[in-house]
Design a protein around this ligand. Structure first.
Ligand SMILES: [Fe+2]
Length: 274
């Protein structure tokens, strides 16, 4: 199974920009590239912060751009989202019995579990898994087929990464999530957004991948505190393939418009410049 991961699209109303960037322009470029080069993917998943201010015109704008995508989408909530405004423009997105935007979807190659870590009551943008959402996670981990990998997706990381301000707005109750995992099943892979940087590692034995954002980026700065350092580093989407013995994650810098050449081309090898 193959799929694409995008995150932190931070959409605004049509024609508006944010930190000098137009998220619709960037997502349109990603959609065109995905349609052209990945016709065999099962879905595109966007791991939250769909809209920057969570307002209806932003979700309207997002819906019109995603309408151009040929693959099905899975859309998740991030700290900038608003569930009710989102639902008006994405009425078909499944919710759990308590209204949270989280699902378990079983594919032949893997089970996909998405969590809704949005805490709309948190002014600081930290995430939360309340008792109802922890119960959903426990049920999903217990009921997922044992014969295939389980990939867990959530917006907020449940651990510190050294990005100092971002560490203050991670998932607020990681121990509660871990307790559920420890007594049911360990996911085979954990995918997240929120940090607007490409980060990978292992959390309590679970390999994880944090996707670079689609819109503005968080700068690689492990010193700054009290604010979030930003940058205009180009965005990526991840192309993920899941096979019986491996998971492979490639990053595609879909806005790159520089030279493309063969490393076997002796003319290119000796060129002074392109
Ligand atoms: Fe974000």
């Amino acid at each position: 199974m193959k799929f694409v991961v995008l995150t932190d699209t931070h959409f605004v109303a049509r024609g508006r920009r944010i930190y000098g960037l137009d998220p619709a322009e960037r997502l349109s470029a990603a959609v065109a590239r995905i349609n052209r080069e990945h016709p065999d993917i099962a879905f595109v998943i966007v791991t939250g912060d769909l809209a920057h201010w969570g307002e209806e015109p932003a979700y309207d704008n997002l819906a019109s751009v995603l309408a151009g995508l040929r693959a099905p989408t899975m859309l998740m909530m991030g700290n900038h989202d608003k569930r009710e405004a989102f639902a008006k423009f994405f009425p078909g997105v499944p919710r759990d019995a308590n209204g949270f935007v989280q699902t378990m979807q079983v594919f032949e190659a893997a089970t996909i579990v998405t969590l809704d870590t949005l805490n709309e009551a948190a002014p600081d943008h930290s995430g939360l898994l309340c008792d109802a959402r922890l119960a959903f996670l426990e049920h999903a981990l217990a009921e997922a087929p044992a014969d295939r990998p389980l990939l867990l997706f959530q917006h907020h990381p449940p651990f510190d990464t050294g990005l100092r301000y971002m560490d203050t707005i991670r998932l607020a109750n990681p121990d509660a999530e871990w307790e559920v995992i420890a007594r049911t099943r360990t996911p085979d892979y954990l995918f997240m957004g929120h940090l607007h940087r490409p980060i990978s590692g292992v959390w309590r034995g679970i390999p994880y991948h944090i996707q670079r954002g689609l819109a503005h980026q968080v700068a690689f700065d492990l010193v700054a505190e009290g604010h979030i350092p930003g940058s205009h580093e180009p965005p990526d989407y991840a192309h993920v393939s899941v096979e019986a013995d491996r998971i492979v994650i490639h990053q595609c810098s879909f806005m790159y418009d520089g030279p493309l050449f063969s490393l076997h081309d002796s003319v290119a090898l000796h060129r002074v410049s392109f």
